[in-house]
Design a protein. Structure first.
Length: 290
């Protein structure tokens, strides 16, 4: 016991602020990697690789197997080189978040409070009526991150947001009902837009099976940007919202309006974004998410 305490005291004597920073930096890197893989199919792959490595190390250490040890020593470097290929989507998503964090000190450029209130009211009214009729819909509300890439994939509109226009766009079997509507400010910029599908396993683990391509596209958009994705289910009429890779389901019109109001804050106050919130949005849940 005395020897253990002496060794511990010796270690603490050698620790400096630079050593602590070094350890914290490595910890932060591992945390960022694990955080970027959360709720994805890649997490299962990571667990499998860790178990494989541990099993190989234990087997070669406890049992004298020269041929197997030679094979393991020569194959492990190849497995390590394959990691960037296996986890390419997750690495790309993390780098995109870091790149978007460059704009963290910008304030939101917003239209007038009245225009925002009218836009939110029009979206909520349209969602409630679409839900009652069980007409599927996917509405994306742009925030700070540009959605120009997805806007270019759809039909340009540049029209004022009204419930009647949204109802007409998502009426079944009309030319624009497939795809998403993207709203920028108080205008419908484009309709029938193609969005990225989610790579996470959140929807696969859901006990319900009514979530199809619209929900996957909503989650995918929320994973690659800070936009708000609103979905109306074609099967059940349920209203959902996706943000930062998370989905809130079965919202009533009143709660939907409160959530949208909280996100866009039409009260004249500019919202300053935290750099870590931009990179790790799931760690900073908003009040409306609780």
């Amino acid at each position: 016991m005395t020897e253990f305490l002496n060794n511990l005291f010796f270690i603490f004597q050698r620790i400096s602020w630079l050593s602590v920073f070094d350890i914290l930096l490595v910890t932060l890197i591992f945390f960022g990697l694990l955080y970027s893989l959360r709720d994805t199919q890649a997490m299962a792959l990571l667990r499998g690789m860790i178990l494989l490595f541990v099993g190989i190390i234990l087997l070669t250490s406890l049992v004298d197997l020269p041929a197997f040890s030679w094979f393991a020593q020569n194959s492990l470097p190849a497995l390590l080189l394959s990691i960037p290929v296996i986890f390419a989507p997750e690495i790309r998503r993390t780098l995109e978040r870091i790149g978007r964090a460059g704009n963290v000190w910008q304030f939101k450029a917003k239209p007038s409070d009245l225009a925002l209130e009218q836009t939110i009211h029009a979206v909520v009214s349209a969602a409630a009526r679409l839900s009652a009729r069980e007409h599927g819909a996917l509405i994306i509300l742009q925030r700070l991150d540009s959605l120009e890439e997805y806007i270019q994939s759809g039909v340009q509109m540049n029209a004022r947001v009204t419930p009647e226009l949204l109802l007409q766009i998502f009426y079944p079997n009309t030319p624009l009902h497939d795809g998403a509507v993207i709203i920028v400010g108080s205008q419908i910029t484009a309709a029938a837009c193609v969005l990225p599908l989610s790579a996470s396993g959140i929807l696969n683990r859901s006990p319900e099976r009514q979530m199809g391509l619209r929900h996957r596209a909503a989650l995918g958009t929320s994973e690659t940007s800070d936009a708000i994705a609103l979905v109306v289910s074609e099967e059940t009429g349920a209203i959902s919202i996706a943000h930062a890779g998370r989905m809130l389901r079965r919202l009533d019109p009143d709660r939907l309006e409160n959530i949208l109001t909280a996100f866009f804050r039409p009260n004249g106050k500019a919202e300053k974004l935290n750099p870590f919130e931009r990179i790790f949005p799931g760690l900073f849940p908003r009040k409306e998410d609780k």
